[in-house]
Design a protein around this ligand. Structure first.
Ligand SMILES: [Zn+2]
Length: 227
């Protein structure tokens, strides 16, 4: 039996060519654009802060993080739910890995705090399911390509921390895909608790309203700082 290599993208976009550097180390304090529909990886040392900015206010960021010394340790939403006793992380909360170890702590969130930790990232199969015939940019491939662009391979596609994604969970457990309630310029900052590889995808979903109603998926920005 041949195991499928999960690190290989189903298609490609410019995520392969926009790495911050060959090893993912970004210039401190530089405001870096994540082009619409693309993903970028950045390496953070312990104590460094990653700030992600939502210029339009309606753009979701699918966020992933891996321990730099062992990519099979990754940010895990299911483990986070246990740690927090909630599906909504807020400022001060640690975001834990599948080893139940903190990878990041949220230090700032200027948005209303509506983020999603329940829904899997979009992928090739999801767009097929929605009726798309050809290749559609997707967050799973953006993650794969962002890691390839810094010389790494995705060992799996974890469930993301969907920053600014608005998927209300009703009392009966039902969910729905709604436009974000974040505002133009909203920013979330997270401090790395150990050396990590963070991956951000400007979600290219344009077949449901998760990135806003009647607007094209937009770009995001991020800054790495030493504070
Ligand atoms: Zn997506």
């Amino acid at each position: 039996m041949t195991l499928h290599d999960v690190s290989i993208p189903d298609g490609s976009n410019q995520s392969l060519n926009i790495a911050v550097s060959s090893n993912g180390v970004a210039d401190i304090g530089r405001r870096i654009t994540i082009p619409a529909r693309c993903g970028i990886a950045t390496r953070l040392s312990e104590g460094q802060v990653l700030s992600i900015v939502n210029p339009s206010g309606h753009q979701v960021c699918d966020f992933f993080a891996f321990a730099a010394d062992n990519l099979t340790e990754h940010l895990s939403m299911a483990h986070l739910h246990t740690t927090l006793g909630s599906i909504f992380p807020v400022v001060g909360d640690a975001l834990v890995s599948n080893q139940r170890s903190p990878l990041l702590t949220i230090t700032e969130d200027t948005s209303p705090g509506v983020h999603d930790t329940v829904i899997a990232c979009c992928d090739h199969a999801r767009y097929r399911e929605l009726g798309c015939d050809g290749y559609h940019d997707n967050c799973a491939d953006n993650l794969r390509m962002a890691l390839i662009a810094i010389g790494l391979k995705a060992p799996l596609i974890p469930a993301p921390f969907n920053i600014w994604m608005n998927v209300p969970v009703a009392a009966d457990g039902s969910t729905s895909f709604q436009p974000p309630v974040s505002r133009a310029g909203d920013r979330i900052s997270m401090r790395a608790e150990k050396e990590i590889i963070a991956v951000m995808s400007a979600c290219p979903q344009d077949m449901t309203p998760v990135n806003g109603e009647g607007v094209a998926p937009g770009h995001l920005e991020f800054i790495v700082s030493n504070r």
